[in-house]
Ligand binder design. Structure first.
Ligand SMILES: Nc1ncnc2c1ncn2[C@@H]1O[C@H](COP(=O)(O)OP(=O)(O)OP(=O)(O)O)[C@@H](O)[C@H]1O
Ligand SMILES: [Mg+2]
Length: 361
């Protein structure tokens, strides 16, 4: 039996259809088996292919024959009329593209095997992304995980940097003897259950757990974004909060991590190229509405945190000062205590993010 939801996709706008198709494929939980651009094609595809789900615009869905397939309605704008149409067509949900892409991926996965996938709670996802090298993504991801744990949340830090995989040494984990990594989780796919995760996650003394990146190049070269999708879902079911340490660049794994995130912490340095890289990343991943900008290593420079508002339309949620204890601690695999300068700022950021995430749940 196939392990992914088979989806027929029917959206009027070709570009949007392409984006949704690639996104669903990348989640590893859904596969688009046919696309349709009018109601006749849609009815025919449903009749022939009997998909697990139809992802369609409300207009096409109301005028086609869906033969009882689960309908997930998608549109790029939300109006009373589109919502009414979605309702009339019996949609299981309405998803605004691209803002609700994470929700869409989860809904598509649930459609396939409601019993197995319908978990009571799935952890919220915070992706930490430094668009330019050395901005401080690793520092922030590790310290946010510790702050969430301090606030009594079950937190798992996942190293999605499959090539560099430096979260282990950054948090002082014993890396000799090939510890269990994300590569060990992949072969279990959908079967990955809480009890397996207990064996795969490393417990940090500060209370959060860690899923390490691959131990070596061979391991990392075998992994694809498709493999990683089910692992992330399993991790979410075992956590209140998942902190994704997302590498630079914009490959499929990066897009998967950013796409699943409820909040993307965009780590900026106060320099022109960092802002430029952030602008490009926001555009490439369609994540403007989910981005929280954080200025790290702030000193008096020509560019100031105020420029964040000018460039991105909103002020930074946190400005983390330069703290010379950060590199020293990172080199020794230690996390800074909460009372340090930078530690205090990250802790306040964690509190803000929690408020934002839990307000919306
Ligand atoms: N607030 C800070 N004050 C002083 N040094 C910092 C601060 N944040 C990070 N650093 C230091 O800057 C360097 C880069 O930080 P980090 O490794 O977290 O960045 P990164 O975005 O993960 O980089 P890469 O792109 O290489 O993965 C490290 O030496 C780190 O210790
Ligand atoms: Mg890093």
């Amino acid at each position: 039996m196939e392990e992914v939801a088979r989806v027929v996709l029917a959206l009027e706008e070709h570009d949007v259809a392409e984006e949704v198709l690639h996104f669903l494929d990348r989640t590893g939980r859904a596969r688009v088996v046919a696309t349709a651009s009018d109601e006749h094609q849609l009815s025919e595809a449903v009749r022939q292919l009997e998909p697990d789900a139809v992802v369609a615009s409300p207009r096409l869905a109301t005028s086609a024959q869906l033969n009882g397939s689960a309908l997930l309605a998608v549109d790029t704008s939300e109006s009373v009329q589109t919502l009414r149409r979605a309702l009339k067509a019996g949609a299981k949900g309405f998803f605004l593209w691209p803002a609700d892409r994470g929700e869409l991926a989860r809904a598509a996965a649930r459609v396939f095997a409601p019993g197995a996938r319908e978990r009571e709670t799935l952890g919220r996802v915070v992706a930490v992304y430094g668009p330019r090298g050395g901005a401080g993504a690793t520092f922030l991801a590790t310290h946010l995980a510790a702050s969430f744990a301090r606030r009594e949340r079950r937190c798992v830090l996942v190293d999605l940097d499959l090539a560099v995989a430096d979260i282990g040494p950054a948090v002082g984990a014993p890396m000799d003897g090939s510890p269990r990594t994300i590569a060990d989780a992949v072969p279990m796919g959908d079967e990955l259950a809480a009890r397996h995760l207990d064996e795969l996650l490393w417990q940090h003394p500060d209370g959060f757990r860690v899923l390490f990146g691959p131990n070596d190049v061979q391991q990392s070269e075998r992994l694809t974004a498709k493999d990683v999708g089910p692992v992330l879902e399993a991790v979410r079911s075992a956590a209140d909060l998942v902190v994704l340490h997302v590498p630079r660049g914009m490959d499929d794994t990066v897009r998967l991590g950013l796409g699943l995130a409820d909040v993307v912490v965009m780590v900026l340095a106060l320099d022109v190229l960092s802002f430029r890289a952030a602008r490009r990343a926001v555009e490439a991943a369609g994540m403007d509405d989910r981005c929280s900008f954080v200025v790290n290593r702030a000193t008096r420079r020509q560019i100031s945190p105020r420029d964040v508002e000018r460039v991105f339309g909103r002020p930074p949620v946190a400005v983390i000062p330069v703290d010379r204890r950060v590199p020293a601690a990172q080199d020794q695999g230690r996390l800074l205590p909460k009372r340090s300068r930078a530690g205090r700022s990250v802790d306040r950021l964690a509190a803000k993010l929690l408020e934002q995430l839990e307000e919306g749940s």
